[in-house]
Design a protein around this ligand. Structure first.
Ligand code: CNA
Length: 370
């Protein structure tokens, strides 16, 4: 399986599962077969439109722009041996890549929508930017194959380093050291997998999932970093695979049910959503990640709450008044009855209440009773 041919499938070969090698045919397959187990595999290309450069795109990629960090070779920025001697280039980059500075792309929202629709089996991402979480994909649906900025620890004694301190250090562009003090002065590094480090245990634990998928979607990756790059080949031969990427990569396009959507991811997922009839939902979900909208919602919320509180207050007061009017009506009735009784009894009767409620006697309508 891992060594499949990468030459494109003959155009004349008909697909086995799909009605055609188009995104519309994939949408039809999802609906007709009620597909629920979609595995998504992603890389840096899904975050480039958020403003985070990928590694390998010529001119715009990170590797093409690392000259300012004066590295001996571009990959050194993520090399653990190099980091031990010189952590500054990594921390310069970390300052730029740190989560919280970027908005998820519509492609991240598309993955989130797959989850909302109950169709996402697992997302395997090589990205460290945490934008999938930001877009609403739950952590238990994500395998961060190359780790992420979510946690960090000392590279010597592995003591965890607090999140708030890390954020502070990255913002100040300072290099954090182990919090154990004199006993360990090790460098602290986010739990991002560097070259020369093992992949997280969750990657290995979930590695069998592509074989269980009934559809695989591969987006924004050059599929050059192993072992991640071999994941698409673990998808069963008769399971459709969709590639949404600027270029053809890996063995995608070599099987009869491979569909290639070559171009940018955001355009690709919009086309996919159109074919599925999910476009409005997708745009709405993405709009919810817009910080301007979040800010507007935040500003409107207290106003709404104030208005709601006012409405509730008015409603409560109305009920109280109604209740007390009803009560006083009943009380008045009782009093009137007692006063009426009083009239009929002798003035020496000790049960008479006219001395207690003199105002009732003054009441015009009550006059006949007096
Ligand atoms: P890569 O090797 O840089 O490849 C990116 C791929 O995406 C290429 O094939 C590009 O043609 C393609 N691409 C770029 N922009 C778009 C776009 N808008 N639409 C469609 N396709 C596009 O990146 P990989 O993820 O394959 O390499 C694995 C590395 C990259 C992992 O170790 C990551 O940690 C690392 N990385 C992550 C981030 C991030 O978290 N956002 C950023 C940069 C690098």
């Amino acid at each position: 399986m891992g060594n499949e041919s990468s030459s494109p499938v003959d155009e004349a070969t008909p697909p086995a599962r799909l009605h055609g090698r188009t995104v519309e045919a994939v949408a039809q397959y999802i609906k007709e077969k009620e597909v629920k187990n979609i595995v998504v595999m992603t890389g840096a290309g899904i975050s480039t439109s958020a403003g985070i450069p990928d590694f390998r795109s010529p001119e715009t990629g990170l590797y093409a722009n690392l000259a300012r960090l004066k590295l001996p070779y571009a990959e050194a920025v993520f090399d653990i041996s190099y980091f031990r001697n010189n952590p500054y280039p990594f921390y310069t980059l970390a300052h730029e890549l740190y989560p919280g500075r970027y908005r998820p792309t519509v492609t991240h929202s598309f993955i989130s929508l797959l989850h909302k629709k109950g169709k996402l089996l697992k997302l395997f991402t090589q990205n460290i930017d945490c934008l999938e979480r930001e877009a609403g994909v739950p952590a238990d649906k994500i395998v961060e194959a190359h780790g992420s900025f979510a946690t960090q620890r000392c590279i010597e004694c592995h003591t965890e380093y607090p999140d708030d301190l890390m954020k502070e250090m990255i913002n100040k562009k300072e290099v954090p050291h182990c919090i154990r003090g004199k006993s360990c002065k090790g460098l602290v590094k986010p739990d991002i997998v560097f070259f020369g480090e093992a992949l997280p245990e969750s990657f290995h634990r979930n590695r069998s999932l592509p074989a269980r998928a009934d559809l695989a979607i591969i987006m924004g990756t050059s599929l050059t970093v192993q072992p991640f790059a071999s994941l698409p080949s673990l998808v069963r031969e008769d399971t459709p695979r969709v590639l949404i990427n600027l270029e053809r990569v890996g063995s995608l396009g070599s099987r009869p049910d491979d569909v290639l959507l070559l171009g940018d991811c955001d355009t690709g997922v919009r086309k996919f959503a159109d074919a599925l009839g999910w476009r409005d939902e997708l745009e709405e979900l993405w709009e919810n990640t817009n910080p301007d909208k979040r800010e507007r919602d935040r500003q409107e919320e207290p106003l709404k709450t104030r208005q709601e509180r006012l409405d509730e207050e008015v409603e409560k007061l109305t009920k109280d008044i109604d209740a007390s009017l009803k009560l006083s009506g009943e009380a008045n009735r009782r009093i009137k009855e007692e006063l009426h009784l009083e009239q009929q009894t002798t003035s020496a009767d000790t049960t008479n209440l006219s001395h207690v409620y003199p105002h009732l006697r003054a009441n015009k309508s009550d006059k006949p009773c007096l």
